[in-house]
Design a protein around this ligand. Structure first.
Ligand code: CP
Length: 309
């Protein structure tokens, strides 16, 4: 089986079959990652460049590891220390790199739509590793794999996406994915951090009361407050935010049933999640990170056209 798309620019462009194929392939790669030798020759002679124009810890390391586990040749680029600071355009930067015979590009950029722009201009397959406030497709896929592992299915699972929905590419990709895969979704956060059109655009319920959202859900996917993307003050202070929307151990223990806690990272401890919640048995945050490698191996492999090689 193959994907219906040549690039992975967003979950918006994937079919439910594409998502199932990536998750199933990721499960197979997870088995490889349990072996003493965690490496397969699937992408031998494939050259991949990781273009990170914006900071990253998890996504960048995860893609690099995924590429190494698949035996690809990799080149890493970060904007700091490059000729971008001398005024070089995105297209010139990428064309120069591609002239060195690169087959695939993994790109993170602070501008929404940057990987879509590149996809129109270059022949290599592109994977979006997060573009501005638009999408972060591999994060939604690893979130989905983690929910599936914990709850057995995505269909009918009740997921509350909590926090800064307005500035979150993780929220947008999760909303597309969970809708396509039949999960039930509620978004919860301060009214100033939830876009007005969201309810109609995604057919999801908006809940401003954190306790009600937590009492309803099986899974709480708690998002980071993205201070770097907020141009104006959208809530009074981090302390006020924590009082209204932070998840404490006491709040978790007062719920009618145990729920699963997720967070894409990096966590603002003591703001959206208290440390004893992030570190608790109910948290699958580190399983999410672990699943990131297998999901990215699956995406790279399926987009490489090496399945039939
Ligand atoms: N979840 C995520 O994208 O984390 P990084 O910004 O560290 O890659």
């Amino acid at each position: 089986m193959t994907l219906s798309t040549r690039h992975l620019l967003g979950i918006k462009d994937l079919t439910a079959q594409d998502i199932s194929l990536i998750l199933q392939t990721a499960q197979e790669f997870k088995e490889v990652l349990q072996r003493p030798i965690k490496k397969v020759p699937s992408l031998r002679d494939v050259t991949i460049v990781n273009l990170f124009f914006e900071n990253s810890t998890r996504t960048r390391i995860s893609f690099e590891l995924a590429e190494k586990r698949l035996s690809a040749d990799t080149v890493n680029f970060t904007a700091s220390g490059s000729s971008v600071s001398k005024g070089e355009t995105l297209l010139d930067t990428v064309n120069n790199i591609l002239s060195m015979k690169v087959d695939m590009v993994v790109m993170r950029h602070s501008a929404s739509g940057a990987p879509h722009f590149l996809a129109k201009h270059i022949p290599a397959a592109i994977i979006n590793a997060g573009d501005g406030i638009n999408e972060h497709p591999t994060q939604a896929l690893l979130d989905a794999l983690s929910i599936k592992e914990k709850h057995g299915t995505l269909e009918g699972v009740k997921v509350a996406i909590i926090g800064d929905i307005m500035h979150s590419r993780v929220a947008q990709s999760n909303l597309y994915l969970l809708n396509k895969m039949g999960a039930e979704v509620v978004v919860c956060g301060p009214p100033t951090l939830i876009p007005k059109h969201l309810s109609e655009a995604f057919g999801v319920r908006v809940e401003y009361n954190l306790r009600k959202a937590l009492e309803w859900c099986d899974v709480a996917n708690v998002l980071r407050i993205q201070l770097e993307r907020q141009n104006e003050v959208l809530f009074s202070s981090l302390r006020e935010y924590n009082l209204a929307y932070g998840i404490s151990r006491r709040l978790l223990d007062s719920l009618p049933k145990p729920i699963t806690i997720m967070h894409p990272g990096p966590i603002n401890r003591g703001v959206e999640l208290d440390s004893d919640v992030a570190n608790s048995d109910q948290s699958i945050i580190l399983q999410q990170v672990e699943n990131g490698v297998a999901v990215r191996m699956a995406a790279l492999y399926l987009l490489s056209n090496r399945q039939n090689a």
